[in-house]
Design a protein around this ligand. Structure first.
Ligand code: HEM
Length: 342
């Protein structure tokens, strides 16, 4: 190890991790990263057999399910890992919010996180279109209509952008290269910033405690021990994903029929879809824009230097209001029959 380290400088990446960072709530970011790795590996396998061409895309997924060795299992793991990545990224963000860990000097890393959340959402969306069943086709319909609505800004989302390459192929390129590539670059930056600032001290420590002051108040351990714990959580997650992939295989419907609207997008998009039911297509755009603007401005609006949730009533009530709005709109979509929009 010393010989490798001397040549590769691996130990330069290490930093002391406070004990509270081993609690499950503080390892959610790491668990999100594990899901991302699972998605990369299973995605590379799926890409060997998926055909991103409208005429055969749906059939190629059926072939993965029925003729590729362990194809259904690998696809199931990919599907469930995408759900896990989305859920753990949101829960990780909630932890960072509740413990006030986005406050100075971590505002920049919060923004990197917001960008990654946007990319994860876009990855779920493009992945849904790739199935090229009724759900994927209707998702694409919304994609195209929103592109038209945005005019010049939305041109990339419209089939008119490229005469030669079908939009399915361009969304496939986004799904397998552009989005994961950007997430990877941002993830490296995210990790380097966590190393630079250290994991935020426990919020019960005096405001502003960091570095030596915080380490004096709480014991630390080397990053390698923290990573060992993460590997344990990661293996547990892999086991859960495996069980889900067997018991509940990834959904796939028959080839799409144009001109009807009978599906709902994946549940992550239900809250903007309720807005669409009420106010029309543009509400999806405004809903998402407002949501992400709230996330972006959060560290700059919340100037209270306290990080303990009990001493931040305004931030807590505002956060709860946003979370409640998203949950209520999601539940409303779950109980509302599908409506025609396009
Ligand atoms: C999408 C994939 C993401 C991955 C893989 C990830 C990973 C991580 C990891 C491993 C840490 C170290 C501490 C921990 O595990 O809690 C961390 C810290 C942090 N993350 Fe993320 N993160 C992601 C998304 C986000 C999002 C969506 C936000 C906020 C909008 C965010 C904001 C932060 C901040 C501010 C820190 C420093 C927190 C502290 O020091 O306590 N991250 N992230």
């Amino acid at each position: 190890m010393d010989a490798i380290d001397e040549r590769m400088g691996i130990s330069a990446l290490s930093y002391p991790v406070p004990e509270h960072a081993n609690r499950i709530a503080w390892t959610l970011g790491g668990i999100t990263a594990v899901s991302f790795v699972v998605l990369l590996v299973t995605g590379i396998v799926l890409a060997q057999f998926y055909a991103p061409v409208p005429e055969v895309a749906n059939q190629s997924i059926r072939d993965i399910e029925n003729t590729v060795w362990a194809g259904s299992f690998i696809r199931g793991i990919h599907f469930w890992a995408s759900q896990a990545m989305y859920v753990t990224a949101v829960l990780h963000m909630v932890r960072v919010f509740v413990t006030g860990s986005y406050k100075k000097p971590r505002e920049g890393n919060w923004l990197v996180g917001v960008a990654m959340l946007g990319l994860v959402t876009f990855a779920v969306f493009t992945g849904t279109v790739l199935k090229w069943d009724q759900e994927g086709f209707e998702a694409l319909g919304h994609n195209v209509e929103i592109g038209n609505l945005l005019g010049g800004v939305g041109l990339w989302f419209s089939p008119a952008f490229s005469d030669q390459i079908p939009i399915l192929l361009r969304l496939y390129g986004a799904h397998v290269v552009i989005i994961p590539g950007l997430i990877l670059v941002l993830l490296i930056l995210h990790f380097l910033l966590v190393k630079r600032h250290g994991v935020s001290p426990h919020p019960s420590l005096p405001a502003g405690a960091s570095g030596e002051q915080a380490s004096a108040a709480e014991p630390t351990e080397p990053l390698t021990r923290h990573i060992r714990r993460l590997v344990t959580f990661g293996l547990a997650l892999a086991g859960i994903l495996g069980i889900l992939a067997v018991l509940l295989p990834a959904p796939q419907g028959p080839s799409p029929v144009a001109g009807i609207e009978v599906t709902k997008l994946p549940w992550m998009f239900w809250w903007p879809f309720t807005l669409e039911n009420w106010f029309g297509l543009s509400a999806i755009v405004w809903g998402e824009v407002v949501f992400f603007v709230i996330l972006v401005i959060m560290p700059f609006v919340d100037r209270n230097s306290n990080r303990l949730w009990r001493r931040r009533p305004v931030a807590m009530i505002s956060g709860l209001a946003v979370a409640l709005a998203v949950i209520v709109l999601t539940v409303l979509m779950a109980i509302t029959p599908t409506e025609m929009h396009l």
